[in-house]
Design a protein around this ligand. Structure first.
Ligand code: LAN
Length: 722
């Protein structure tokens, strides 16, 4: 029988915004025709699902500003009633399987329509080589292929249905699931298709260590410790879900030898080299070797006295899981900890507990229906991040002053107002959190994590909109000062800024990195992107309110500039860790240096950075870098120019006041030539990255940055500098 790709009736899907908390977005399926009629699909829904939006053709753009205006004319239709622009945030392929396994072991199922759309997504994202990689742009690995195969099986695909036989053959060809990376080993053990004995120790006892120890976990990067904590609880309690027929079947399907004959203790550091970005350091393997003795203690009668320690440690890890849940409205910091924490709460408190129910009620926040199906996003959205840039672009291009855009701009201010975090977290010191008062999070205030550059861009957006003659001063000075206090609290001694917190430990902590697929994750590193956003925000703020902490701001600004100078590469560029890559970071660097007064006219560094970019312009006038730049730390040329990177380069050159205007002119022509008659730009290659090795998409960037660059270029080419 021929295999039919699963799909639901796409006209039944709607996006609900702000139902449970500010900025929340979740897709719901209406089964009833009457309901559908009462709540018709809008442009936002049709656009993201890939249906015809029937948007009108706009007058052809003659100038870059016309083109920017058309771009916003289109993009404005994707603005929600609450003011933000709901956006897909996909790319990573290791997130959905965690959620699917997690729900399965807790005896839960998503709605049938959600399941169908997830299957469609996974099958659409399968690579021509036959499996899945770490993210949609990468070739297959054991991690991606095994985890997504398991997800499809849990979702009801038969072992030989459609492409499953072929996928299984690939898994066997790659050595079977024994050599899956460590996070995969953990999920498979939770499901009962791997043995905990095959997982390197994840000791919750680390949470009993005194805080002064240089490797104590509170010093780790927040994402790593919030993932480690629930993992260590599940490991410490050796949690395994129910032994269903599916579990027994998967035990047969995933391996190249009978399950019972596998020597599990030999698998702890067995990882297929095609998966490895960051090999284990010998110190980690040594620690695991020693810990193996400790883990064996309960089996040796005279050592069972160790058990109380494990019990105490499990209790401590569980307490931290609860703190995190309560601090974030049960969303947790991100999608990995979301699924792990949910399983912990189920394991300890059961399916009828309040906590577990609250977890379930916050699953949909992470799911997004795109044109290829339903995915799990990198976060519960990128609400603040997209909106903050769009707001600044609107003001800097003057589009915000055009009457037809006033309302939309004010809605953005309203969103920002409600999105600022007003207090520190409930479990602040108890959960080793950084302050949040006055901050903005990457997504929503409920998720509630301060990010240095999100706070900075949020503040810049507020300052920009509130400078408009028609805008109210909704966010008053005391509230801005709160966010300045947060920003000032986040600078590291070298002048640089990390992402969520101060850098709390030595970069040598990387010796303990057990996640073979990611690099540079163990502590919060310093990033030019984060530093530049803060630098720009402080510079704008002190013009607005020169009386507030002037010496502190002055010192912080100077140190930030010093840091940026220090990390500029000899070729003039900056390395980007969150966007691709040198083009991205160089844009941020030149923006903030420009605001602080450094341009081509007075700075050799800025001239060097501009020449770096100008040299990379392609024949057709565009720029294009692939995510391999981030992986290999070396500029990797894309075969095709990309509108987003072209826009970044244009902005960078304008910030640096580069004097060869023909370079900018050609770039604008390219961006304009790619604009569709209704004002949109089509999606091109992925724009973002994290942990050196995992690409992540920022589909709103093609609107935001093209509009921003074209609008600014229009002025620049006409000789106005601002
Ligand atoms: C993000 C997305 C936004 C990003 C920027 C604001 C762009 C950056 O400048 C600071 C760091 C931050 C907030 C960031 C950190 C890591 C995230 C949360 C992500 C890349 C989105 C997904 C990723 C998260 C770690 C994914 C889950 C995977 C694990 C390895 C736990």
């Amino acid at each position: 029988m021929e295999f039919k790709f699963p799909s639901t009736d796409l006209s039944g899907w709607r996006l609900k915004v702000g139902e449970d908390s500010h900025g929340q977005q979740k897709w719901v399926y209406l089964r009833d025709e009457k309901e559908r009629e009462a709540w018709p699909q809008d442009v936002t829904e049709k656009y993201w699902i890939g249906l015809d939006t029937e948007c009108p053709e706009l007058p052809k753009a003659k100038t870059p500003l016309d083109s920017a205006r058309n771009g916003y004319q289109f993009y404005k239709q994707l603005q929600s009633h609450d003011g933000h622009f709901s956006t897909e945030y996909g790319g990573p392929l290791f997130l959905l399987p965690g959620l699917i396994i997690g729900l399965h072991v807790c005896g839960q199922k998503l709605l049938p329509e959600q399941e169908t759309e997830i299957k469609r997504y996974l099958l659409n994202k399968r690579r021509k080589e036959g499996g899945w990689g770490l993210h949609t742009a990468a070739p297959p690995t054991v991690y991606g292929t095994v985890m997504n195969y398991v997800a499809l099986r849990i979702l009801g695909m038969g072992p030989d249905e459609g492409p499953m036989t072929e996928i299984r053959a690939l898994i066997h060809e790659m050595g079977g699931a024994t050599c899956i990376p460590s996070w995969g080993k953990v999920w498979l053990s939770v499901l009962g298709v791997y043995e905990w004995d095959g997982v390197g120790s994840i000791p919750p006892e680390l949470w009993l260590l005194p805080d002064w120890l240089p490797f104590a976990p509170w010093r780790w990067w927040i994402h790593v410790r919030q993932t480690f904590t629930p993992m260590s609880y599940l490991y410490g309690t050796r949690f395994v879900g129910p032994f269903t027929p599916l579990v027994f079947s998967l035990r047969q399907e995933l391996y190249t030898q009978p399950y019972e004959s596998i020597k599990w203790s030999a698998q702890r550091s067995n990882v297929n080299p095609i998966d490895v970005y960051n090999p284990h350091h010998p110190i980690l393997d040594m620690a695991h070797g020693l810990l193996a003795y400790y883990e064996a203690c309960p089996n040796i009668p005279c050592f069972s006295s160790m058990l109380p320690l494990r019990k105490l440690a499990n209790r401590r890890a569980y307490q931290l899981v609860c703190y995190e849940d309560e601090n974030t409205g049960y969303q947790t910091i991100g999608p990995v900890s979301k699924a792990f924490n949910m399983v912990c709460r189920y394991a300890k408190e059961g399916k009828d507990s309040e906590a577990f129910k609250k977890h379930l009620s916050r699953v949909d926040d992470f799911l997004w229906l795109g044109k290829d199906g339903l995915m799990m996003m990198g976060t519960n959205g990128s609400q603040l991040w997209d909106l903050a840039f769009m707001a600044q672009a609107m003001v800097e291009t003057n589009l915000a002053n055009e009457a037809e855009n006033n309302e939309s701009t004010l809605k953005m201010l309203d969103w920002l107002d409600k999105a600022q975090i007003r207090e520190n977290p409930k479990w602040y010191k108890e959960n080793y959190r950084h302050r949040t008062k006055g901050a903005w999070a990457f997504s929503t205030p409920e998720q509630g994590y301060t990010v240095s550059d999100c706070t900075a861009e949020g503040l810049k957006a507020v300052i920009a909109i509130q400078s408009l003659p028609y805008a109210p001063k909704t966010i008053d000075l005391p509230r801005m000062r709160d966010s300045i206090d947060t920003l000032l609290s986040m600078q590291n001694p070298s002048g640089g800024y990390a992402s969520y917190e101060l850098q709390r430990g030595s970069e040598r902590m990387e010796y303990l990195n057990a996640a073979e697929v990611f690099g540079s994750i163990m502590v919060d590193y310093l990033y030019p992107e984060c530093t530049t956003s803060v630098l720009s925000a402080l510079t704008y703020f002190r013009k607005l309110d020169p009386s507030y902490r002037p010496e502190d701001i002055e010192r912080t600004v100077n140190k930030a500039i010093g840091y940026l100078h220090d990390v500029q590469r000899p070729d003039g560029s900056w390395y980007g860790s969150w966007g691709i890559c040198f083009t991205y970071a160089t844009m941020f660097a030149l923006e903030s240096l420009g605001i602080a007064g450094e341009t081509c006219a007075n700075s050799e560094r800025v001239r060097r950075a501009c020449s770096f970019l100008a040299d990379k312009q392609m024949e057709d006038g565009g720029w294009g870098e692939t995510y391999m730049s981030c992986v290999n730390l070396e500029y990797a040329q894309h075969e095709q120019s990309q509108v987003v990177q072209t826009a970044w380069a244009v902005l960078a050159l304008i910030y640096g006041q580069y004097d060869d205007k023909s370079v900018i002119e050609r770039a604008c022509k390219l961006i304009m030539s790619r604009q569709q008659p209704d004002g949109r730009w089509e999606q091109e290659d992925t724009e973002g990255i994290f942990n050196k090795n995992c690409a992540i998409d920022y589909p709103a960037f093609k609107f935001i940055f093209c509009i921003w660059a074209l609008g600014r270029a229009d002025k620049y080419l006409r000789g106005e500098s601002h």
